[in-house]
Design a protein. Structure first.
Length: 131
């Protein structure tokens, strides 16, 4: 269900919230202070069934250091890492993703080395609270 929610909501990007990205999008998604929000690529979609969001940042650290910063803050906020995998993207830049869960919520952190900075995506899916 979560995968469907993420895929469907990301496909509906035209309906997404835009504008200036919040520095800290949610209390339990802490962001290292030196990361720079990249506001033109973020989105958040809310439906009665839940919320899906993608937050984009730039880091000056290496891929491994950047993931470790994200991991440490997420774990401190109650998230548990469930999977991770390194990859090389089509442009031949190295990257790594890590999945986290917290209750019924899911978060994937994707970190990719770039030419000028390290690109960081947080993709989050949250179910609406039970009524």
């Amino acid at each position: 269900m979560r995968v469907v929610l993420i895929a469907a909501t990301l496909a509906l990007a035209a309906c997404a919230s835009r504008g200036g990205m919040p520095r800290a999008p949610d209390a339990d998604l802490p962001i290292p202070p030196r990361w720079t929000p990249y506001s033109s690529e973020w989105m958040r979609i809310q439906t009665p069934d839940g919320t899906a969001a993608k937050y984009v940042y730039f880091s000056e650290s290496s891929v491994d250091e950047t993931l470790e910063q994200a991991r440490a803050l997420l774990v401190q906020s109650g998230w548990k890492q469930t999977a991770t995998e390194a990859f090389v993207n089509p442009e031949k830049f190295p990257g790594v993703w890590a999945d986290f869960t917290k209750g019924g919520d899911r978060c994937r952190v994707t970190v990719i080395q770039g030419t000028q900075a390290t690109h960081v995506d947080y993709t989050v899916a949250r179910a609406a609270p039970s009524k």
